[in-house]
Design a protein around this ligand. Structure first.
Ligand SMILES: C[S@@+](CC[C@H](N)C(=O)[O-])C[C@H]1O[C@@H](n2cnc3c(N)ncnc32)[C@H](O)[C@@H]1O
Length: 372
């Protein structure tokens, strides 16, 4: 596991560039600042060729993008830190929760230079809560319940969820023991309790400081940027929910892309929930490659890493969510990893498999493979 510290901003960008502020009296630049945040990196590269002023805006916008992968959609910004090469950020559409598959991905605003005056003199650090350009407003609790149902019986009583005033273990039925640490329940859209319910830990967004660090061998990696205590919630694996046919179709496209572009990394996760008999009963395909959250940067470790995964059901939700918790105390700067699975390659099917660089003493040499 390699750790790197973020490059100094001044070493990557001139001081003037990081402090670039759109002059209020220049309509062209104002207009650019409204339009450019909707562009992808190819679009930005094209407009940056047109003139010096626009080139300066696009570079400033790239810097701002690199300061927060979450596009202001989480409680804290999650910066990209790269001391390895010139790539500043990864372009993907951010969603804090799982969403239905979308084709093509929706456009999303990211990285304007326009700011409200907030009395903060340090222009190199955007105040992500106060940027005054329209952006998706997300009430994480209600949005996370969007696949929820609230069923009532003939007498109008709830069939799922609770009606507690304060949800407490031993009283609230949503704390019901699932029989395994890998499966758990929370209150949700089917419950009468509100968004401040203490039994909705994973529905309040990311509440710890994280950063995305570039590594020569593994590409981008999610790191802790503070001490994380054992058992603390880190994030869920958010992305597009796919049918199995669509997951197979995309996986074959990703395999082809990987064979032609060595830097391409896909983030398609298949979760199988098993019956006690061991037979698969529910399969969930989440693709965070084009639309996802910071979990798409979590790499594999053959020793299981420092994260535990929990399949978490919120009362009333149709599908469970895969949530990551700290398996032990995790120090600031440590990389966050988990095991992608146990299916191993043999000498016969080794072709095309990725080399594992997890660095653990029990490293198998290749990444686990998924038979989609
Ligand atoms: C979910 S993504 C993780 C983020 C990825 N590193 C990136 O740059 O976007 C999965 C991909 O990361 C890379 N990866 C993950 N774990 C790795 C490991 N232990 N060794 C080498 N590459 C790894 C592989 O390319 C894999 O397909």
């Amino acid at each position: 596991m390699q750790q790197q510290s973020p490059p100094s901003k001044k070493s990557r960008l001139g001081d003037g560039e990081s402090r670039f502020v759109i002059p209020a009296n220049n309509p062209l630049l104002r207009c650019a600042d409204l339009v450019f945040p909707w562009l992808n990196p190819q679009g930005l590269a094209a407009v940056s060729q047109t003139c010096k002023a626009l080139s300066l805006i696009t570079r400033s916008l790239s810097l701002r993008r690199s300061l927060d992968a979450t596009r202001c959609l989480e409680n804290f910004p999650v910066p990209f830190c790269n001391a390895v090469d010139s790539q500043r950020y990864v372009y993907f559409i951010y969603t804090p929760f799982q969403i239905p598959a979308s084709s093509p991905p929706p456009p999303q605003w990211w990285g304007s230079a326009t700011r409200e005056s907030d009395g903060d003199d340090d222009d190199s650090t955007p105040n992500w809560k106060s940027e005054n350009v329209a952006r998706p407003s997300i009430d994480s609790v209600s949005e996370r319940g969007r696949f929820g149902v609230s069923l009532v019986n003939e007498s109008g009583e709830r069939m799922f969820g609770c009606d507690c005033r304060i949800c407490e273990e031993g009283h609230c039925q949503c704390f019901a023991f699932a029989g395994t640490e890998e499966i758990a329940n929370e209150c949700g859209s089917g419950c009468g309790c509100g968004s401040d319910c203490p039994n909705r830990v994973t529905q309040k967004g990311i509440s710890i400081r994280l950063k995305i660090v570039r590594n020569e061998k593994k590409g981008w990696c999610l790191h802790a940027d503070q001490l994380i205590k054992q058992g603390q919630f880190i994030c869920e694996y958010a992305g597009e929910l796919l049918t199995t046919d669509e997951a197979r179709r995309r996986q074959s496209i990703y395999d082809k892309l990987r064979s032609t572009q060595s830097s391409f990394a896909s983030a398609l996760l298949v979760i199988r929930e098993h019956l006690p008999s061991g037979q698969a009963c529910l399969r969930i395909n989440i693709d965070a490659t084009r639309i996802g959250n910071v979990a798409r940067f979590i790499n594999h470790s053959c020793d299981g890493g420092n994260l535990s995964t929990v399949l978490l059901r919120s009362s009333g939700a149709l599908l469970p969510r895969l949530c990551f918790f700290a398996a032990r105390d995790i120090m600031a700067e440590e990389e966050l990893c988990f095991s992608y699975g146990d299916v191993r390659v043999t000498e016969k099917n080794r072709d095309g498999k990725l080399n594992c660089c997890c660095g653990s003493s029990c490293c198998f040499g290749t990444l686990p493979c998924e038979n989609t």
